[in-house]
Design a protein around this ligand. Sequence first.
Ligand code: FAD
Length: 318
Amino acid sequence: MKVTDYFENAKGQTLISFEVLPPLKGGSMKAIFDTLDPLMEFKPPFIDVTYHREDFVYKKMPSGYYEKIAIRKRPGTVGICAAIMHRYGVDAVPHLICGGFTKEETENALIDLNFLNINNVLALRGDAASFDGRFVPDPNGHEYALDLVKQIDGMNRGQYLDDNIKDGLKTEFCIGVAGYPEKHFEAPNLAADLAFTKAKVDAGANYIVTQMFFDNKYYFNFVDECRKAGINVPIVPGLKPLTKTHQLSSIPRHFYIDLPDDLVNALQKATTAKARQEIGVEWLIAQSKELKASGVPCLHYYTMGDADTIRQVAEAVF
Ligand code: FAD
């Protein structure tokens, strides 16, 4: 079923969903199941699986020269989606990115998903490869998530890259895209970012999932601004627990977001890991309760393999 159908059928009730990362190469599905098994009692209608592009490393060869080698540290997104659907009977939402993909590879990936009866995707640009510094699309790929949305929407209308395909299968992908309550770090300002977000919706995106935030005022303001800009699709808040001291710098560094004073002060004053854990959980419970009370369609939790924390929050909120 489509993610947006779940929202419609819920008739104003807030749903819950989770996001998992593929294990590092060499790991097993057990890591995913260990995260999800304790969370399934909360009945998420869908679970997202992130996608991780290949990166390049330089390996010293016997000759003494260095060779540039492509490696994907977290492969397996599509297989994990199929395994999740098989084990739990819920929908899986693979993330699909522009980075490292030609349009042809994207088309083939979408065909695989269609054959697996996976009818939801989160369409993203992806981040820059670590050695690039800025996002560089494949020469035959997409520069922005907007172009990926257009390709998926085209397949939903039976359009394939090969013009000779005249009567192609019309896929039925429900398309999610990313939104940034504190703006995407490359956008000149929130208004410009919103204009690009609107373009993704106008091109066929059916719903938005937000970047994490720790102060709900950013989400509420983002929704207001989206509505004023004519973006009328469901906007799902993305939420993550902050329970460790190192996250006070790593989260702003990686995600370009602000942390509220009260949360920062409380975590800095806490003297034990247990106290920090409790503060982070209480904060996320309070955030979640306020968002739920405001009638958001779904609370989407980035699990990061930490089932215990997410479970404590879900128990308090649902
Ligand atoms: P876009 O919508 O393409 O926007 C990128 C930037 O370009 C923005 O600054 C935007 O304002 C600007 N822009 C957009 N269109 C234009 C245009 N036509 N002209 C000029 N500027 C433009 N990354 C992964 O690699 N794998 C994942 O699984 C993953 N999952 C994510 C899930 C969520 C919910 C979120 C919020 C992010 C996720 N990301 C993931 C990270 C995401 O790929 C990065 O934030 C990336 O830098 C931007 O992706 P986007 O889809 O928002 O890009």
